[in-house]
Design a protein around this ligand. Structure first.
Ligand code: ARG
Length: 403
C-alpha cells in the first residue's frame, strides 16, 4: 500500500495540479480535503474534480460553525485586527484547516499532509506551524513551493495532463473567501498607487451606489459573543452571513492596505469584511460601556499581540492559550445591545445599553440630578499633581521641560 497524503484542496489550479504531481513525484495515494468555511463554492463539483484529476478519495467538510464559534468569535472578543485594519479572515481559517488535515491524517494513517501555498505568503507558515504543533510527526509537503513552475508552466502542465483549467484563471485576482471576509490580491492591485477597480469587489456595493437611506440595526451580545440581530436570536453563522449582506449592501467593509507579511514582504491587500467591520465596532462600543478603564486599556495591548499571533500562524501556541484565558475573563459582563447606523460606506455606533453598564448618568450629567461632588475634585487634583509639583520645586521646570 503506498503512503497516503492528505492534501488541502481548494479546487483551484495549483491544488489540482498538486494531486497529479504528488502521485507522480512521490507515488502517494492522494486524499483531498476541502473545507467549507463559508466560501460558497460548489463543493460537489470540487469533489468530482479531485477524483477526476486522480485523487483516491475526496472529502468535503462543512466547518462553518466551528469556524465562527471557535475561531472568529474568540478573535472578535479580543478585537483582533492586524495592523489596525485587517480583521484576519484568511489567517483565522488556516489553523482550523490545519487541524482538520491532522485529524484526517491520523484517521487515515497518512504519513504526510500537503497544501497548495507558494513560498511567498503567510498561509504556508500558518498551515505548517499549525500542523507541526498538533502532530509533529507528520511530514508536510508544499508542492507549489517545490515544483518551481511559473503560472504559465503550471497551466501548461495542467493542459498536458488533461486537468481542467478553470475559468477563474481568467480572473486577474487571487481570492480567498470565508464567512469573516474576502481577501483579494494580485493583478493591478500590486500597484499600491492604483485605486482598486470595481471588479475587485463582490460582497460590497460601492458607497456611492449604496442606498440613499440609512439602515439602523441592533446587535445583541452575550459575554462578548453576538447572539441576536434586530432582536432575533441567531446562531453565529447565520448572523455573520446576514450582516455581510446588510452591511455589504450599504458599502461597508472595504479595506485597502499595504501590509507587512511575516515573510518580510510588504504587500498591497484588499479586503471585504462587512460583518467583521460592523461586529468589531459594536463589540468595542459595548466594551467601552462595561469594562473599567484599566481593563479596556490593557485589553488594547493584548489585542495587538493577539492579532499578531493569529497573523503569524501561532494559533496553537501557549501564548494564545494564555491570552485567550485573559480575554475570556474580560468578557464576563460584555453583554447588552448596540445600535448602529449603516450609511454609504460608514458604520457608526449610535446607541449602546447593558444591564452591566458602568455609565452613570447622575455622575456624568451637567443637568439636574448631578451627584458628582465637584468640591472633591480640588482635593483630588491637589494629590494627583503633588509629585509633579514637588519635583518642579526641587528640580526647576526649565530643565524638565519636554518641549
Ligand atoms: N494577506 C492576507 C493574509 O495573509 C490574505 C492572504 C490571502 N490568501 C490567498 N491565498 N489569496 O492573511
Amino acid at each position: 500500500m503506498p503512503d497516503k497524503v492528505i492534501l488541502a484542496y481548494s479546487g483551484g489550479l495549483d491544488t489540482s495540479v498538486a494531486i497529479k504531481w504528488l502521485k507522480d513525484k512521490y507515488g502517494f495515494y492522494v486524499i483531498t480535503l476541502t473545507v467549507d468555511v463559508g466560501n460558497e463554492r460548489d463543493f460537489s463539483s470540487i469533489r468530482s474534480k479531485a477524483l477526476k484529476v486522480g485523487a483516491s478519495k475526496a472529502l468535503v467538510k462543512d466547518a462553518r460553525e466551528i469556524f465562527v464559534d471557535k475561531f472568529v468569535f474568540p478573535a472578535l472578543q479580543a478585537n483582533a485586527v492586524y495592523e489596525g485594519q485587517y480583521p484576519l479572515a484568511t489567517a483565522l481559517s488556516r489553523p482550523l484547516i490545519a487541524k482538520l488535515l491532522v485529524e484526517l491524517a491520523l484517521e487515515e494513517g497518512a504519513s504526510s499532509v500537503a497544501h497548495g501555498c507558494t513560498g511567498k505568503g503567510n498561509d504556508q507558515v500558518r498551515f505548517e506551524v499549525g500542523v507541526a504543533s498538533l502532530a509533529p510527526e507528520l511530514k508536510i509537503i508544499a508542492p507549489a513551493r517545490e515544483w518551481g513552475m511559473t503560472r504559465e508552466e503550471t497551466i501548461d502542465y495542467a493542459q498536458r495532463y488533461g486537468i481542467p483549467t478553470p475559468v477563474t484563471i481568467a480572473s486577474p485576482y487571487s481570492i480567498d473567501e470565508n464567512l469573516w471576509g474576502r481577501s483579494i490580491e494580485c493583478g493591478v492591485l500590486e500597484d499600491p498607487w492604483l485605486e482598486p477597480p470595481e471588479d475587485a469587489f463582490s460582497w460590497t456595493k460601492s458607497p456611492a451606489a449604496a442606498p440613499d437611506e440609512a439602515a439602523y440595526i441592533e446587535i445583541g451580545f452575550d459575554k462578548g459573543i453576538p447572539v441576536s440581530l434586530n432582536g432575533h436570536e441567531m446562531k453565529g453563522t447565520s448572523l455573520v452571513q446576514r450582516l455581510n449582506e446588510i452591511a455589504g449592501d450599504h458599502g461597508i467593509g472595504r479595506i485597502d492596505i499595504v501590509e507587512n507579511r511575516l515573510v518580510g514582504i510588504k504587500s498591497r491587500e484588499i479586503y471585504e469584511a462587512p460583518a467583521a467591520v460592523v461586529l468589531l465596532e459594536a463589540h468595542q462600543a459595548l466594551e467601552a460601556l462595561t469594562l473599567s478603564k484599566p481593563q479596556l486599556h490593557f485589553k488594547q495591548i493584548v489585542a495587538l499581540e493577539y492579532a499578531d499571533l493569529i497573523y503569524n500562524g501561532l494559533w496553537f501556541s501557549t501564548q494564545h492559550h494564555d491570552l485567550s484565558a485573559y480575554t475570556q475573563s474580560t468578557q464576563r459582563f460584555v453583554s447588552g445591545t448596540v445600535r448602529l447606523k449603516l450609511f454609504k460606506g460608514k458604520c457608526s455606533v449610535v446607541g449602546r445599553k447593558s444591564p452591566f453598564s458602568l455609565y452613570s448618568h447622575s455622575l456624568a450629567t451637567y443637568d439636574k440630578g448631578d451627584e458628582f461632588d465637584q468640591n472633591a475634585a480640588a482635593g483630588f487634583i491637589h494629590i494627583w499633581g503633588l509629585p509633579v509639583k514637588t519635583q518642579s520645586q526641587i528640580q526647576p521646570p526649565e530643565e524638565n521641560k519636554q518641549g
